[in-house]
Design a protein around this ligand. Structure first.
Ligand code: ADP
Ligand code: UDP
Length: 239
């Protein structure tokens, strides 16, 4: 069973018999405003786990190093334990969310190039923005790690923009996290699900991500199930 090491807003991290591996449990809950609003949604954990498993397996196939080992059950996966880099790497392809309000731009405005933003992971501080010199100065990462994480994030953006487009979705923006394995190598960690990205339907721009919860637009589990089905169709056809 292992020991509960951490209970977060979307997942729990449990120890396993192997000190280098963790069991992740996806929770049936969605939060917003850094956990200030929290609701229960049956089936949401399983749907996020399914999507993240599919995306990580796809990225591994394409040569991206990740923490992912295997899908264990409906809500559980096995991953390599990382020393996490305490930064969120946010890439934006289309204007949405805080970027729209910050620059007074309309949601949906195309961007001349992808925007790369880094935030310091801290619930107490509401994840403040941190540029490269901030991140290095506060000891969140080294200059080399910062560059390597962004190089991986750029590769993920190219690969995932194509994958989601084939599944009829625009990858508007997304957040990645990276960690270091015991040998010091950098890997993509955490998860990739509609909790951490914005996905819009290619034709209608309908929201297919956590914004359906943030804006009370639709049932979150049904929405995530639809994203999974669309992605599964693409990867099955590619096999
Ligand atoms: P939060 O911490 O923001 O509430 P979650 O509920 O998703 O988010 O919790 C998962 C936690 O586990 C995050 O803090 C994430 O940085 C961390 N994490 C993700 N993957 C790994 C890993 N492979 N090893 C160690 N920690 C990880
Ligand atoms: N994001 C995330 N975790 C955070 C903050 C943002 O996963 O703590 C994701 C979010 O889902 C979106 C992208 O990063 O896909 C950009 O988010 P933004 O800064 O616009 O914040 P939001 O408006 O989502 O609060």
């Amino acid at each position: 069973m292992g020991k509960l090491l951490y209970s977060g807003k979307a997942k729990q991290m449990w120890s396993t018999d192997d000190p280098e591996q963790l069991r992740v449990v996806y929770l049936d809950q969605a939060t917003m405003l850094n956990g200030k609003r929290k609701d229960h949604f049956a089936g949401k954990g399983a749907a996020a786990n399914d999507i993240s498993t599919l995306v990580f397996e796809y990225l591994i196939q394409q040569g991206i190093p990740t923490h992912f080992i295997k899908h264990l059950s409906e809500k559980e996966e096995l991953v390599k334990k990382c020393d996490m880099i305490r930064l969120e790497f946010v890439t934006r392809n289309i204007v949405a969310g805080h970027f729209a309000s910050r620059f007074g731009l309309k949601e949906g405005t195309p961007l001349a190039q992808p925007v790369e933003e880094t935030f310091y992971k801290s619930d107490e501080l509401d994840d403040p923005f941190a540029n490269e010199s901030d991140a290095i100065a506060i000891g969140a990462c080294t200059a080399d790690e910062y560059q390597k994480c962004w190089a991986l994030a750029r590769q993920c953006n190219v690969l995932l923009t194509k994958l989601f487009a084939k599944a009829g979705m625009k990858l508007v923006d997304f957040k990645l996290e990276f960690g270091k394995l015991s040998d010091g190598s950098l890997v993509l960690a955490d998860e990739f699900s509609p909790d951490n990205c914005r996905l819009w339907d290619l034709d209608t721009n309908a929201h297919l991500d956590k914004d359906v919860f943030r804006k009370n637009l639709a049932d979150i589990t049904t929405t995530y199930d639809e994203v999974y089905q669309r992605l599964q169709k693409v990867v099955t056809e590619e096999d």
